[in-house]
Design a protein around this ligand. Structure first.
Ligand code: ZN
Length: 129
């Protein structure tokens, strides 16, 4: 018996694929709602016609954690860094990292904007001042 369940696109592959659009999120062509992570069917209505649409790149901080101890050698140069859940203006929440802000200055609900960094395959967020 084989498993025919479609495999959701991994977020890193998604961000590479939509990079020419700027910041874009998967959007259902049937109900018009955005979602994230990328998946083969809309989580709101079940339709399978999904397109990536450019979005504002704005959002607010939903939650965060400051990482002081690197989980591996690779991250030692980065600590302390901020892992965040960002509520995008269009609705979906993304796990990401905050940059250009000191850990003590981070506040839940603060306004954020997307920031692409050549060193990161995924979009980062920074304060929208
Ligand atoms: Zn839908």
């Amino acid at each position: 018996m084989s498993d025919t369940t479609p495999t959701p696109m991994q977020p890193n592959a998604y961000w590479e694929a939509i990079r020419p659009l700027g910041f874009a999120l998967p959007c259902c062509e049937a109900c018009g709602k955005f979602h994230f992570y990328p998946r083969p069917a809309c989580p709101h209505c079940g339709a399978t016609s999904i397109a990536s649409r450019p979005v504002s790149g704005r959002g607010t901080l939903y939650s965060h954690s400051v990482v002081y101890r690197a989980p591996s050698e690779r991250f030692k140069k980065d600590v302390p860094y901020i892992v965040a859940i960002v509520a995008t203006a269009e609705g979906p929440h993304l796990m990401t990292r905050l940059v250009n802000v000191a850990p003590d200055d981070v506040r839940t609900g603060m306004r954020l904007r997307v920031r692409w960094d050549a060193a990161s395959p995924e979009p980062l967020f920074e304060p929208d001042v």
